[in-house]
Design a protein around this ligand. Structure first.
Ligand SMILES: Nc1ncnc2c1ncn2[C@@H]1O[C@H](COP(=O)(O)OP(=O)(O)OP(=O)(O)O)[C@@H](O)[C@H]1O
Ligand SMILES: [Mg+2]
Length: 396
């Protein structure tokens, strides 16, 4: 849909903000532009909707040079979201969101209906409709900014560091919300950030720019993490590249053992007859199959488990949905070195050792991609959201 062809931007004072940049921006996906301050991200974004005109090269929208379109038509097809939302302070929330429909000549009540519908879409309480921007938190204002950009249902959304001004917890919520929204709406989104973790979490494709507006690498995030093009990209990606890459590998292929999983009311005979598959520990569950904790087989054979004396099972991962990173995190946090897998309802589906997770990681690296055949087919971590695992992009 959007093709940037050898575009250069030279500002009147001679600053080269963007230097012969070429990018194919895929339809209905999130493409992230990331790089250090001053590397030309905003300039690139603004050239897409012609708030800034390229000095050289061209930008094609659906195969047509953007200069051949009236600038107003072009801009209406592209919602624009900026840091701090840029709301009109003297207008209520509902009227902020209704701005573009009103400009397009929609009636007042139809525009407001649309605005209220969008408030719900972006997770805003309808009770906020009559407030003014200063009466909202930063995160809420940012949601209003997104709703306003979506009001006329443009196919393209340009987002310039939209979540940079809020704290990390609110930011994570806004990121998750954007991914959920994108699942529903399937917009073509160009998203600017200087935060590589945000880029890796949100991007279907990530363009890393370096100072002087030159493209350092353009790749899906899993590829960026596994094969940075050069020392600059590697440095920009930062530490824990290997661990972070594990969030792109699903845990579905892990070999879960059910032999070491017993109910708290299991009899001694049942326990001694168990084939634990070599596991030195038994995981005790309640009658519904929810985990209670670990114990040694000998202790349990001597009598019913005392929940107070069981070893903590740490935090379980959801088998299949979560990534290998989440599974590994669970095993590392578990005092036995074994991770507990559960289903969506929290019932144990099996246990797996660090060793077995290590084998799965090596196998995943050997094939160089996720086991569902895509380079980025993964999953959300319930084990430790702070590690930046995320929802499946394959499902978007
Ligand atoms: N109107 C202008 N005139 C001259 N130089 C400009 C102008 N706007 C931007 N620049 C310069 O162009 C370069 C790229 O700016 P741009 O705003 O695109 O960077 P950025 O990657 O968005 O940075 P940041 O992360 O700080 O927002 C910078 O060196 C900037 O100083
Ligand atoms: Mg900028």
């Amino acid at each position: 849909m959007i093709r940037i062809e050898a575009v250069t931007k030279r500002y009147p004072d001679g600053t080269v903000a963007v230097d012969r940049l070429s990018l194919d921006i895929p339809d209905r996906a999130i493409t992230v532009l990331v790089g250090p301050s001053g590397c030309g991200k905003t300039t690139t974004l603004r050239m897409i909707n012609r708030m800034v005109e390229p000095s050289e090269g061209r930008i094609l929208i659906d195969g047509v040079d953007s200069r051949q379109q009236p600038v107003n038509t072009l801009r209406r097809s592209m919602g624009y979201v900026i840091q701090n939302a840029g709301l009109f302070q003297h207008r209520t929330i509902v009227d902020n969101i209704a701005t573009v429909p009103r400009l397009l000549g929609w009636g007042k009540s139809k525009s407001r209906d649309r605005a209220r519908e969008l408030m719900e879409r972006v997770g805003l309480d309808p009770a906020l409709a009559g407030r003014y921007p200063y009466q909202l938190s930063g995160g809420q204002q940012q949601r209003v900014g997104v709703a306003r950009a979506l009001a006329a249902d443009p196919p393209v959304l340009l987002m310039d560091e939209p979540f940079s001004a809020v704290d990390p917890v609110v930011r994570k919520g806004l990121q998750d919300e954007l991914l959920r929204l994108q699942d529903e709406l399937g917009k073509t989104i160009v998203f600017v950030t200087h935060d590589i973790d945000e880029a890796v979490k949100l991007g279907t494709m990530v363009a890393v720019l370096r100072t002087g507006g030159r493209l350092a690498q353009y790749a899906p995030p899993a590829e960026l993490l596994s094969a940075p093009a050069d020392a600059f990209v590697e440095d920009f990606l930062g530490a824990d590249r290997g661990i972070r890459r594990l969030s792109f590998f699903p845990s579905a292929g892990l070999d879960l053992l059910t032999g070491p999983v017993v109910r708290a009311d299991a009899g001694a005979g049942e326990i001694t007859a168990r084939d634990t598959g070599g596991a030195p520990w038994l995981l005790v569950t309640d009658a519904d199959g929810r985990p209670l904790g670990w114990t040694e087989p000998g202790t349990l054979a001597a009598g019913p488990a005392d929940p107070a004396r069981l070893l903590s099972y740490g935090r379980p991962f959801v088998a299949g949905r979560d990534s290998l990173r989440a599974a590994l995190d669970c095993a590392v946090l578990s005092p036995t070195g074994w991770a507990v897998a559960v289903d969506e309802e929290g019932r144990v589906t099996g246990v797996v050792s660090q060793q077995a997770i290590g084998d799965a990681i090596r196998a995943a690296h050997a094939t160089g991609r996720g086991s569902d055949g895509t380079p980025d087919g993964t999953s959300e971590s319930v084990c430790d959201p702070a590690h930046g695992d995320r929802t499946p992009k394959a499902a978007r």
